[in-house]
Ligand binder design. Sequence first.
Ligand SMILES: Nc1ncnc2c1ncn2[C@@H]1O[C@H](COP(=O)(O)OP(=O)(O)O)[C@@H](O)[C@H]1O
Ligand SMILES: [Mg+2]
Length: 350
Amino acid sequence: MALITADMPIGDVTSRWPDTARIFARYGLSCASCAISKSETIAQGAAGHGGGRIDMNELLRDLNTFADTGRLPANLPEARATAGAPAGVPRGMAEQKGVKHVIAVMSGKGGVGKSLVAGLLAAGLAREGFRVGVLDGDITGPSIPRMFGVREKPQPVGKTQTLNPPRSRGGIPIMSMNLLLPSEEEAVIWRGPMISGAIRQFFSDVAWGELDYLVVDLPPGTSDAPLTVMQAIPISGVLLVTTPQALATMIVTKAVRLVKQLGGDILGVVENMAYVRMPDGSRNEVFGPSQGLKLVIAANAPLLASIPIDPEIARLADSGGIEDYDGAEAAELIKNFLAVAPEKHPAVRA
Ligand SMILES: Nc1ncnc2c1ncn2[C@@H]1O[C@H](COP(=O)(O)OP(=O)(O)O)[C@@H](O)[C@H]1O
Ligand SMILES: [Mg+2]
């Protein structure tokens, strides 16, 4: 009996039968874990992602097999090449044995909240029990150390070249060029090769220990700076941060092309400063209406969260308290990230 039909919102299906997200994913509809799927129907999702190549009959048959029997069908389409751990580190890349997955946070331009999303991601994953570190690859400002309230200079391990990263209050190791500079205000005017050399060392010559995720805050934009960083360290997946301004989707298209050129994968998109919550509970979309659906289509990746402009975020980010932020949208970001992430459960530790 066909319970599931093409006109049902994907979100309804996955909330009733959570494991169907795996079936959707095999058909290239990773949007099953996407915020948009709440309203998008299976037919719309297939049209948006599959380029018309998804066989709706087969998808519905597999979904209904699961709904009827509670078992995943045996002959699901092969998983697409996913963003999992890279098979072998390409030549010329820095190495770091203890780090399982590197997640790079990217933006088309500065000031959209890239560092903030990197911070929320790291803090949220740590809260879920993952072992997380943050590598600040954006030397244009001290946002990462400030957000986590870290000021200590990294100290060498014994007499080696390896540096011990200082830790946040919650125990997250943080490495940033800004921690090595004499003062926060010191402007860093470095050229690309020097930056990527430094970042490479921040990856390989820092005692990160065993990490499930190393979150890398990339330099802003889609120019040389983020590119050289992505070429220097083995990235498992990229998170793209934008605001809902008109130009955002064009920038996203550019960013997607860049990531693809490097053989990488966009895991998801985060729309930041999407709206302001008004006292009456309504949403004021200061920067224009949400571009969520367009972003999803442009990036061919799920929208992981729409984060409002929240004075509490700004306050905590400025005062070293980002780990204390517990907004619902941050929780949603983590939940949706884990649905597409290469590692879905914290390692069991003694
Ligand atoms: N959703 C938000 N609500 C309130 N303030 C925000 C939000 N996102 C970012 N900010 C603030 O905006 C500024 C820029 O954010 P930041 O993460 O440093 O941007 P980027 O890294 O993209 O340049 C910071 O002061 C940050 O605290
Ligand atoms: Mg920043």
